[in-house]
Each structure stands twice: as C-alpha cells, then as structure tokens.
Design a protein around this ligand. Structure first.
Ligand SMILES: [Fe+2]
Ligand SMILES: [Fe+2]
Length: 468
C-alpha cells in the first residue's frame, strides 16, 4: 500500500534515502508552481470527483472521492518487483535486470526518460484552456483526471532522474518544467506536443491517438532491463488506459449525437447538420486524419540505428515482447516499404516501425466500433485511418506528397487538397463556435450525447465538480 502520511506519497521507501527525499521535496514546490501557472484553469472549482492511486495492484488500485485539485496527492508509485527478473530481449537476454544504470547506457537511458517525461506536462499545458468550454461536468471531471495523472507521470519520470542520474538527472528534472508546449524559444521535445488543443474534438482525438502512442512507448519501456523504469511504466499503463477510454467514448458520443440528428432530420448534409449544432462525420474524419498522422511521427524513423542500439542493449523492447518468438533478432531482416520500393533492412533497425504497426492496429479497434454505430443507424459512411505515408514529417515518407489513401499526388494538388483532408480555418471556426461551456449536472452540449454510464458507477447527472 502507498504511504499517504508522507509529504510525497510513495511506495519506494523514500524515507530511507534522506538526500533523495530532500531533493524531491525541493522539486515539489516548483512542480506546484508550474501546476498553478500552466495546469488546468480551474477558477471557482472547489472539489473534483477524482481517483487517486492507493496501491499498485490492477484490482482495486484507486480510491474515488472529492479533491480540491491543488491538494491532489501526486506521488511515486512503482509496480511490485518481480523476483529474479531477467532481461527479456537483445544481446543481454537472460542476464539479471539492472537496479542501477549501467555506465555505458547512461546517456541513452537518460534521453529516453527525459523524452517520455517531457510529453507528460506538455499535454497538460496543451489542454489548459479546455475547462472554459467543457461540454458537461462529466467531461470536465475526465479532463481534470487526465491532467492530474499526466502530472503524476511527470513525477514518475522525475523520480527516476533524481534517484538514478545524480546531478544531471536533477538538472533535467528542472528543464522538464522549463520547456513549455508551443513556446517559441523553449518548445517541448516532440512536435505533436506543441500542437495547440483548443477544442474538445481535438482533445478526444488527442487522448485516443496521442495517449495511445504513450501506451505503446510505455509498453516498450515496461520491457526494459533497467528494472525501476520497467516497474514505473507498468504502473503508468494502468492509469493510461482511462485516458484512451476518454478519447474513444468521447468520439463515440459525438458520432452518436450526429447520427441521431441525421435520423431525425433525414439528412447527411453537413451544412444542415452544422446548423443544428452537431458535427458532420466527414469533419470528424478530418480531425482524425490530423491527429493520427501527427502521432505516427512520435515513433521516429522507420529505420533507426538508435532504436537498434536500445533493443540490442536491453533498454527498450517491443510492445508485448512475450508475443514474439525471437527475442534476439540479430540475424534477421525486415522488409521495409520505402518510396523506392521494398527494402530489406536489419530487423533491429526496424523496431520503431514494428512498434508503429502495433499501434496502428490498436487504433483500428475504436474505428471499428465507431463504424458499427454508423452501420447500425443505417447510414453509409466509414471512418478510416489515413495511410501512414500521409503528412509525415519524420522518416522515409517525410515531406512527400501522399494523399490520405496513400497515393502520390502532385505538390500543387497536395497543397490545394490539404484543406479538405485536415481541418481548415473554417472548420476550426465552426468547431470552436460549438465550444460553449455546459456545467449543470446531467446537461450535455448540443454536439455530444451523454455517456452510457458515469464514473465509478455514479450516474451521468452526478455532480462530478462542485463550485465555490
Ligand atoms: Fe502520461
Ligand atoms: Fe495519458
């Protein structure tokens, strides 16, 4: 169980390491300042019905109750240690896992932890203004839940930096609060985390597609031979599942509302639907195109010697490593699709691409469910994932002119058609015009239906937020 008597709740016996405890207690007020300045805007919000981690067992790990958000107990929670765990892949396979950072892998490990850590506060910053336009109290509560947990994920990475990387680790922890999403001089490390999220359709797309990238990064890191990193990521995955649930059900509820309106008006005419305060399906597809293609870049280049190094040395595996037969992969190749046709590359160099493919497959689950809703209501429209060649800024397809179907087009066509593939200024204007705050229990904005059930078996008209 987690010790909540301490200043920093934790299950890592922080009180037995006084200098580490002091260093983290020194960082804590800086984190709280950052939360106050760049965390969710929550003026007049008194209490939020939130879950807080109380243990690390998959069953019954969280408690629900009202929390005054700045008093949320961010802490350090690692999944239980697996006795005699050994490295599961790469050249060090079968050797005992490391409880300290091996000197020769130090900079690579630090870079990976910093990059993961950077995304956590970034997403909180991106979502900062959404509270002003929440479509319901239920949704506002979910936004805050996601935000406090991303804050906790920052704690998770900062703990590793402080505990295992000495002085440079502490410096990196400061930098994590110094860089800001979209900041011209000090942006966040990865581009998707500098994209503004100014409306709730984008928020749901982000939690569906971008938090899912997080899931796959965490899955790969949960395989790590650096045991504290593996244990940290395992527990983060438990929390992360809710973020994708928010995305998947959020989009489903938007679709449901649109379909109901399509049925009652007997039309699929976008203008008419928009005039009636709902989002037409092709416009939802454009937001999907934007966030999916942006999130694909987060996996890095298809062919990467960096990824090969991490795999070879047991730093970062493939998601669900157990599901593969060969865990060493040093004499095999991978056929990589490139603009010049199929190319055989060393398998280890293709780890990013293999992880990205697993991610894309996982993305299809929601698409299928959304399409089922449409089919059941008797309309003829299908959501699709755009081609992985579309709108890429990293890797072999970078800056090439492919349309969402994966066909090469002239650069003039590409430029001209882009506004019909991803949201254009008019689309954004319309979506933003729908973003009107609804904060009466049980009431939902015009463009989204109420959820099927509430949080933690509460009703959908429960007062998830109490105001001053
Ligand atoms: Fe996270
Ligand atoms: Fe997340």
């Amino acid at each position: 169980m987690i010790d909540y008597q301490q200043k920093i709740p934790n299950n890592v016996n922080l009180n037995t390491d006084k200098s580490l405890q002091r260093a983290l207690e020194h960082w804590q007020p800086k984190f709280l300042d950052w939360w106050g300045d760049l965390g969710p805007v929550a003026s007049k919000v008194k209490d939020v019905y939130l879950r807080t981690a109380v243990g690390v067992d998959a069953k019954g790990w969280a408690d629900y109750g009202y929390v005054n958000m700045p008093d949320y107990r961010w802490g350090i929670f690692l999944a239980d240690k697996v006795e005699n765990r050994t490295i599961g892949f790469g050249d060090n396979i079968g050797k005992p896992v490391w409880n300290e950072v091996p000197g020769e892998l130090r900079s690579q490990l630090r870079r990976i932890i910093v990059t993961q850590g950077d995304t956590e506060p970034a997403s909180v910053e991106q979502q900062r203004l959404l509270s002003a336009t929440c479509p319901s109290l239920y949704d506002l509560r979910n936004l805050f839940q996601v935000n406090v947990e991303e804050g906790r994920h920052l704690w998770a990475m900062v703990y590793l930096l402080h505990a295992y990387f000495g002085r440079d680790g502490r410096e990196e922890a400061e930098e994590l609060l110094f860089r800001h999403s979209g900041d011209y001089d000090n942006p966040r490390i990865l581009e998707t985390f500098n994209e503004p999220i100014s409306d709730w359709l984008s928020f749901f797309m982000f939690t569906y597609f971008t938090d899912r990238d997080g899931k796959f990064q965490l899955k790969s890191l949960a395989e790590s031979g650096f045991d504290p990193l593996s244990r940290t990521c395992k527990f983060m995955l438990t929390e992360e599942a809710h973020h994708m649930f928010v995305g998947e059900t959020g989009i489903a509820r938007i679709i449901k509302k649109t379909l109901e309106t399509m049925q009652s008006l007997k039309t699929d005419d976008p203008d008419l639907l928009n005039k009636n305060g709902v989002i037409d399906l092709p416009l939802i597809q454009k937001y999907l195109n934007f966030w999916y293609s942006s999130s694909l870049d987060l996996f890095g280049s298809e062919s990467s010697s960096n990824a090969a190094f991490s795999f070879a040395n047991g730093i970062k595996g493939r998601p669900d490593e157990y599901s593969f037969e060969d865990h060493v992969c040093n004499n095999t190749t991978y056929s990589l699709d490139t603009p010049d046709g199929l190319k055989e590359i060393e398998y280890r160099n293709a780890i990013n691409e293999i992880t990205r493919n697993a991610y894309s497959k996982d993305c299809l689950i929601g698409i299928k469910r959304w399409n089922n809703l449409i089919r059941k209501s008797g309309f003829n429209f299908e959501f699709t994932l755009p081609s992985t060649k579309f709108r890429r800024s990293i890797g072999v397809w970078q800056d090439l002119n492919f349309n969402p179907s994966g066909e090469k087009v002239d650069s003039s066509v590409y430029t001209k058609m882009m506004s019909s593939w991803i949201p254009n200024e008019n689309d954004k204007k319309f979506i933003n015009s729908l973003m009107v705050r609804v904060d009466t229990p049980g009431k939902y904005a015009s463009w989204i239906s109420s959820p099927d059930r509430g949080i933690n078996n509460q009703t959908t008209d429960f007062d998830y937020i109490r105001f001053n």
